[in-house]
Design a binder for this molecule. Structure first.
Ligand SMILES: [Zn+2]
Length: 380
């Protein structure tokens, strides 16, 4: 017969551990060796059961005292035939019996209560699945905010769907099982396998509906998108997802993933919007007024005489609103100067006349280097 490990060793605690320490130690073990985290790992499953057995004994003052006094024999572990007390426990038993360790109470699957759901011996609320859709927005829509109608398909209860109280659990959503053990009768509660915890089952499934009695329908919602959203952001509309199985429970959510459409004129740089403007050589030299697009209409900007290529102009407040309230960005205008590629004989004569003019000799000019670096990073 294999010798049984000491319960204190299993949980890694001392004999003087408080009730709270016992619970904490068990919780740690249970999470570590949880079957959901260790699929098909027989060793982990054994360790999980072993920890449950140790907790079962050490969390009860009466059993703990017997164990302290008589060892495994005191709680039936070393009695041979039939195995130890915990050896006969199923995973379900462990979850339902010690569910409170995971933060919930009684019924429900272990990780429901672990994550704060589940609860009580009552039927639990089952949620429909979420629907995810991608929404492409223009930079104009992103800058100004927009209300969008979104068309999508979702699962709803089929007309004529009928449900009835679950015959297995009588609507409770969980089942109680009383078993005889070495220590007397023991009651355990687990999620009803027939209805999955909803407390009802489909009694009439309309033709064309899926096994949960749901059919796909076209749906439309209107969504206000705040100014300043960006690529990869998710907006969630609660309750606009698929209906729960059998129409019993709450709807899932509609999750909208924001995507930015590329723009012919602009590139977004966080809060700012970048714009490239090529002006003529004469405009650069003589100065001019040029109409340019912004994300909310056209504006006229002034080109000062003697403007150098690479100069950056800034239109305050023409960028994007920061969603976290850090103000609004600007439109940055990068100025390029167009050099004629083809010129007539007459134009050539004029330019040649200027070529040796003192003011036309090239000099060192200052450029906005940080802007160049940033711009480059977009195109690499
Ligand atoms: Zn049921």
């Amino acid at each position: 017969m294999a010798s049984k490990r000491d319960f204190y060793d299993i949980l890694g605690i001392s004999k003087n551990a408080s009730a709270e320490e016992v619970k904490k130690a068990y919780r740690k073990m249970a999470i570590k060796y949880h079957p959901d985290k260790n699929p098909d790992d027989h060793t982990a499953e054994e360790k999980f059961k072993e920890a449950a057995e140790a907790y079962e004994v050490l969390s009860s003052p009466e059993k703990k005292q017997r164990y302290d006094q008589f060892g495994h024999a005191g709680v039936g572990g070393a009695s041979g035939g039939g195995g130890g007390f915990g050896g006969g426990m199923s995973m379900d038993d462990i979850f339902s019996q010690f569910g409170d360790v995971f933060g919930g109470g009684g019924g429900g699957s272990p990780f429901d209560s672990f994550f704060g759901g589940g609860g009580g011996g009552r039927s639990r609320t089952v949620a429909g699945s979420n629907i995810r859709i991608k929404l492409s927005l223009s930079l104009e829509d992103i800058r100004n905010g927009v209300e969008k109608k979104i068309k999508y398909k979702k699962l709803v209860s089929a007309p004529g769907l009928k449900t009835q109280t679950c015959a297995t659990c009588q609507g409770r959503g969980s089942i109680r099982k009383v078993s005889n053990t070495f220590l007397g009768q023991m009651a355990t509660t687990s999620t009803c396998p027939t209805c999955g915890g909803t407390g009802s089952t489909v009694s009439h499934r309309p033709p064309g509906s899926n096994p949960d009695g749901l059919i796909q329908t076209d749906h439309e919602v209107s969504l206000k998108i705040p100014a300043g959203v960006s690529e990869g952001m998710q907006l969630s509309m609660q309750g606009q997802g698929n209906s729960a199985p059998g129409g019993q429970g709450v709807n899932g959510d509609l999750i909208i993933l924001i995507s930015e459409k590329s723009h012919d004129d602009f590139v977004r740089d966080g809060k700012n919007v970048l714009y490239n403007l090529n002006i003529s050589f004469t405009d650069a030299a003589l100065g001019s007024s040029v109409e340019i697009p912004t994300l909310d209409g056209k504006v006229k900007i002034k080109i000062e005489p003697g403007t150098q290529p690479g100069k950056v102009l800034r239109l305050k407040g023409k960028g994007f609103t920061d969603l976290n309230g850090y103000g609004t960005g600007d439109q940055l205008i990068y100025l390029g100067v167009f050099v004629p590629e083809k010129i007539s004989a007459e134009e050539r004569k004029t330019l040649e006349g200027l070529a040796n003019s003192e003011n036309f000799k090239a000099r060192e000019i200052k450029t906005d280097k940080t802007f160049f670096d940033r711009l480059r990073s977009f195109f690499e």
